[in-house]
Design a protein. Structure first.
Length: 680
């Protein structure tokens, strides 16, 4: 790895390094600053240093000292960091301690990337004497055997729930006079061998084991020999059962005692030790690894981190919690052996349970799984007939009205598509069904005024009042004009407001210029159903200005996402969703077709019904859009371009009164007459 990668890795190993010094990082510990004399075991102070796991620092709240792993290695090795030579030595010690192979650094032995030059360069100085190779590792075999012979002199294994079989199998030993690395003190230590050259000494004094009392802080565990490999690593080669990955050797022995198989890292932060071991030995376990760290804060996050690193090696791993109310596997063993054994058996079968879960999820795709829902859906649709649109001929073409599905209505700018859809929404609300109208462009007051304006015209027509008394949108919203209105005009407006108010409780207008996205629409629909208990008809005006799902994506990608999400909303909530769409520029003078929606492929493919509105004479030789817009009424035709559940049929002709926001279908005989004229 590169030096920068190695430095980051060493810093991440801070908790592991502290643990190797016998420090309990779960609580405050005594300051490691050599100049902080009043805070030492027996010195009358209290522990004020703690581990900052997020930033990989140890900080003393009293003296202000802050150290990373390199700093502590320099302190422990007596290295002066103020010189380049000292810094280089510190890096070498750190990389060697954590078994890191770093380009540009070595511990005195050549690496494959370092080859000696053919001839040394002449510097005019006496040649530098090469460093001696590192001393061979000490073979502790005889020491471990002698310690094992003394194991009967302590009841420590029995107190930790370990049987004679485990003691014998793993050659556990006892040394009543252990002094290596203890600062001159004598420990009564349990000796846990790990091969010939490594081992762990564990202080069996109850006060040290329980970590009670400041005098015993940091006096629980010492390593024997060089940095140890994975404890019981040979278990990773067996194929009979999954292997548990735990923190300490006693934890691993506890799981083995309770019927499982386990290896120990020495610390939950010691991820790379396992990764390097697997890579160096070329081991790829056939059964999944089960990560079961201690039941303490941050353990799950560390476990997930290790799981991710194993996944990169294509090694299956699961994170489990097997300790229940206890803090670690050994506490669980001594507290409730049977419960631990059951938890181990449960965890060992996690792969089979996951396979069964995935199988059940996959089988949900089977048609047999959906038969009952299909029958229930038929019954539901029988109980909830189509929702009328307010336009008779359109309803006939749609087999009665709107059903669950995505309806897209497209037209060129200023043709009246918002008015058309709003009029449909009003008709649905008049029929007693809720309508959620998401207006991305117009204000709520403007839409309300459009509807009231339409009602003034309808009232005049119904009562034989001259239509000149009806009011435009601006005539409704401009308060100054009211003082000049006649009594008749005032009565017309008042009745229009009353007619609108009669069904307004079923209309919900959500404003959202550039702020409402497809996800917001889904959340609002869900909330409406939860609060009111009814499924609304959803209207979106309009697709292309829905807030982008991903700001860095193209307009087409964001529109495609919006269309697909609206389709899912219609399916998930079993409700009609009607969305207005703009058209591409070439459609302004050409006869409308599906090509007009090609700027977003999702519109054409995902919609259940695709409708185009256009001026009746669009596509004709002498067609002029501006002239067509100036007419009152305007002649508009509706073309069903795609109908997933029915025929397309002939266009439907409308007259549109833009002044009063009113669409009306031509009588059927006129529709037939026009169709004949078009054919000839």
């Amino acid at each position: 790895m590169t030096p920068e990668q190695a430095k980051r890795e060493v810093k991440r190993q801070l908790e592991n390094y502290l643990s190797s010094k016998g420090i309990n990082t779960r609580k405050n510990f005594f300051c490691l600053n050599p100049d902080h004399h009043d805070e030492k075991p027996g010195g009358g102070g209290k522990p004020n240093m703690s581990l900052d796991r997020e930033h990989h620092k140890a900080h003393c709240f009293k003296c202000g000292a802050t150290y990373d792993t390199f700093d502590l290695i320099a302190i422990d090795q007596g290295i002066d960091q103020s010189t380049k030579k000292g810094q280089h030595k510190m890096f070498q010690k750190a990389y060697k301690h954590f078994n890191l192979r770093v380009n540009g650094h070595h511990d005195g032995t050549a690496t494959p990337s370092q080859s000696a030059p053919d001839k040394p360069k002449s510097t005019g100085k006496a040649p530098v004497k090469p460093k001696a190779p590192p001393a061979p590792a000490t073979d502790y075999s005889s020491y471990f055997r002698a310690a094992h012979a003394r194991i009967k002199a302590t009841d420590y294994p029995e107190r930790r729930g370990l049987s004679e079989d485990i003691v014998k199998r793993f050659c556990l030993g006892y040394d009543p006079n252990f002094t290596q690395g203890t600062g001159g003190e004598t420990w009564q230590a349990l000796i846990i061998p790990n091969g010939k050259y490594w081992g762990t000494a564990r202080n069996t004094d109850p006060k040290a084991t329980a970590n009670n009392g400041k005098h015993w802080k940091g006096k629980r565990i010492r390593k024997i020999g060089r940095e140890a490999p994975i404890y019981n690593g040979a278990a990773l080669k067996q194929t009979e059962r999954p292997v548990f990955v735990v923190e300490g050797e006693i934890d691993a022995l506890s799981i083995i005692e309770a019927g499982g198989q386990a290896v120990a890292l020495g610390s939950q932060s010691n991820h790379n030790k396992l990764i390097y071991y697997l890579q160096e030995k070329g081991i790829k376990p056939e059964r999944p690894l089960i990560i079961a760290f201690d039941n303490i804060p941050d353990a799950q996050a560390r476990a997930k981190e290790l799981q991710g690193k194993l996944s990169e090696l294509d090694i299956a791993a699961h994170v489990v919690e097997i300790c229940g109310e206890y803090s670690d596997p050994n506490e669980a063993l001594t507290g409730d052996r049977d419960a631990l054994a059951d938890a181990i058996a449960w965890a060992e079968n996690i792969e089979d349970r996951e396979r069964q879960r995935l199988k059940k999820e996959y089988e949900k795709n089977s048609v047999a799984h959906h038969i009952d829902a299909f029958i229930d859906g038929i019954a539901d649709r029988a109980a909830t007939p189509a929702t009328p649109t307010g336009f008779e001929l359109l309803c006939e073409r749609l087999d009665g009205g709107l059903y669950e599905g995505l309806y897209i209505v497209g037209a060129v700018s200023s043709l009246g598509k918002t008015t058309f859809i709003t009029q449909i929404g009003d008709a649905i609300a008049q029929g007693g069904r809720d309508v959620l109208l998401f207006s991305m462009e117009m204000a709520r007051t403007e839409l309300m005024a459009k509807s009231i304006s339409r009602h003034t015209l309808l009232h005049c027509m119904a009562q034989g009042i001259p239509t000149g008394k009806a009011k435009t949108t601006r005539g409704i919203t401009t308060g100054k004009r009211y003082e000049n209105y006649s009594d008749t005009e005032g009565e017309v407006i008042g009745q229009a407001v009353a007619d609108y108010e009669a069904y307004a409780r079923h209309l919900y207008i959500i404003e959202g210029l550039g702020q409402v996205g497809a996800d917001n629409i889904r959340a609002t629909v869900k909330q409406h159903i939860s609060i009111t208990g009814t499924r609304p008809v959803v209207i979106v005006d309009y697709l292309q200005i829905i807030a982008p799902h991903e700001p860095r994506a193209t307009d087409k990608q964001n529109t495609d996402y919006a269309v697909l999400e609206l389709k899912r909303i219609s399916r998930d909530f079993k409700a009609p969703v009607v969305a207005i769409s703009s058209l591409n520029r070439q459609s302004y003078k050409e006869d409308i077709s599906e090509i007009a929606f090609k700027e977003s492929g999702a519109i054409e493919y995902s919609s259940d019904l695709l409708i185009g509105l256009q001026f009746t004479e669009t596509g004709g030789k002498d067609f002029e859009p501006l002239a067509a817009k100036r007419r009152d009424p305007r002649e508009i035709e509706l073309k069903i371009l795609k109908n997933r559940n029915g025929p397309i049929g002939q266009p439907i002709d409308y007259n549109y009164r833009p002044m009063f926001n009113y669409f009306y279908e031509l009588p059927e005989p006129e529709q037939t007459h026009k169709a004949e004229m078009l054919r000839h």
